[in-house]
Design a binder for this molecule. Structure first.
Ligand code: PLP
Length: 471
């Protein structure tokens, strides 16, 4: 860091290409030897060194001499864009004022109280009580524990079953992994879902809708939840856990008929509905929360990513008044929490992030301006022979790769056509995320029209290249 200071003060000449190469090689060597990466094949890292990213600004990330347009906003989190000095300043000021104190045993700090109130004000309906954690996984894990507590308090301890869906992603901890609709995350760790989690079909019309209209299929997919409830008995079901849009495994946007019906089924059987808005929360779909976009109201909502635009690790479980009243009706310590729950620096940064979203009207911009432009430009790709469907909600999109457009037949997943298109896009300076015959996009909210044009042009070229190669 002393290097960096002297360099930026202009007293030292810029580093030579050799020095830069040596610095890069050192980072790669240390990393290869000592760093175990999430969601990475460790063997592959032995063969090929990790890619070193070391700067980011606006919608771009930089590393190893490359500047890439990040149409994934990191992992769907950097909503206000990279490198905002306001957030750095708030973090530094708060850290100097009070670097840390905990929130156990009835202690709080000003930004934590302000942020809880701000979230309650923005959140739909009676979602008014906030528990803070550090990651989306922890927020969902907290929801699972509190749901168990809730049913015990209500004298129905038999309500243990959590209903989740195929293609779900709710996190990486033990309990949340069990919710995931992805056996690849269960098998290696011996995580068994039997007993406390049941999976039902995803509202994925393109892949499973057959001859039904999206409207008809949406109702059928909702009814799959009710069938499961009747099969196991409503008295055994604790909650339905669901992302309004299943982002990680394909940006699966349900038909309009789906969500109101799911809500009605949960109400009918008095089952709690949890909206995992870790990706969709704070504006991604053009409304503050996707519950507003799809017209439903959950009892519990989980938030992370966009809460701080990824500048600090922070997440939240937001509870309805009815739910939190039951948790609070008995005088008993809540035996749950994390050292850094309601961390003053993280909550201060999140508050500033929400202030920027509001002052710069970034959510309205998605609804009225850049969202419609993004949708209009991206759907032109539906004319491409490799593209079966482009689905868009706000600034979240899935591009379905098809082998045969008419029959909606897919390439075998093992062929990795989505990976090939992703690599071809990367070679043109664009980051999108291949997710098994789908390319997922969720760019920062500050993306410009010119940047949207670049995304569409780079994708069109990448699709052409791979289409030609497959012929
Ligand atoms: N829920 C959803 C919908 C997510 O997309 C993710 C992460 O991608 C999580 C939960 C887990 O969040 P985290 O990785 O912060 O634990």
């Amino acid at each position: 860091s002393s290097d960096h200071r002297t360099r930026s003060s202009g007293r030292m000449p810029p580093p030579t290409p050799e020095a830069l190469r040596a610095a890069l090689a050192r980072v790669q060597r240390l990393d290869q030897r000592h760093h175990m990466h999430p969601f990475t094949d460790p063997r592959a890292l032995v063969q090929a060194p990790p890619f070193v990213m070391d700067a980011a600004q606006g919608c771009y990330v930089m590393g190893q001499g490359l500047r890439l347009l990040d149409a994934m906003a990191g992992l769907g989190c950097v909503n206000i864009g990279y490198g905002r000095p306001e957030l750095a300043e708030v973090a530094a000021e708060t850290m100097k004022q009070m670097s840390f104190y905990h929130s156990f045993a009835g202690v709080t700090n000003p930004p934590a109280a302000e942020l809880a109130a701000r979230i309650a004000a923005l959140a739909p309906g009676a979602l008014n009580r906030v528990f803070f954690a550090n990651s989306g996984s922890e927020a969902n894990e907290t929801a699972i524990k509190l749901i168990n507590l809730y049913w015990r308090r209500r004298g129905q301890p038999g309500r243990r079953l959590l209903i989740s869906r195929d293609f779900a992603y709710h996190g990486s901890t033990v309990a949340t992994s069990a919710l995931n609709g992805l056996t690849a995350m269960h098998k290696p760790f011996g995580i068994r879902t039997v007993g406390h989690v049941a999976h039902v079909a995803s509202p994925f019309w393109y892949r499973f809708g057959g001859d039904l209209t999206p409207e008809e299929f949406g109702k059928r997919a909702a009814d799959a939840i009710e069938h499961k409830i009747m099969e196991v008995g409503p008295q055994n079901v604790a909650a339905v856990f669901a992302e309004p849009i299943q982002c990680t495994l394909g940006a699966i946007i349900p038909p309009e008929s789906y969500w109101p019906r799911v809500e009605a089924i949960c109400r009918k059987h008095e089952i709690l509905l949890v909206a995992d808005e870790v990706v969709t929360g704070f504006g991604r779909t053009g409304r503050w929360f996707a519950q507003e976009t799809f017209g439903f109201q959950a009892d519990l909502m989980t938030l992370a990513k966009g809460l701080s635009s990824g500048y600090q690790p922070i997440s939240a479980l937001v509870m309805s008044d009815d739910f939190s009243d039951v948790i609070g009706e008995q005088s008993e310590v809540l035996q749950h929490g994390f050292t850094t729950s309601a961390h003053p620096v993280a909550t201060a940064v999140a508050l500033k992030n929400l202030q920027i979203l509001e002052e710069e009207k970034l959510v309205t911009r998605i609804a009225d301006d850049i969202g419609p432009y993004f949708a209009a430009r991206l759907t032109t790709l539906e004319q491409h022979p490799l593209v079966g469907e482009v689905r868009v909600s706000g600034l979240i999109a899935g591009i379905e790769i098809a082998e045969d457009k008419a029959s909606r037949r897919q390439y075998p997943v093992d062929l990795g056509v989505d990976q090939l298109v992703g690599q071809a896009a990367l070679a043109r300076g664009l980051i999108v995320r291949p997710a098994g015959n789908v390319l997922v996009l969720c760019p920062p909210f500050v993306i410009s029209r010119a940047e949207v044009d670049f995304i569409v042009d780079a994708l069109a070229e990448a699709l052409d290249q791979i289409h030609t190669a497959l012929m």
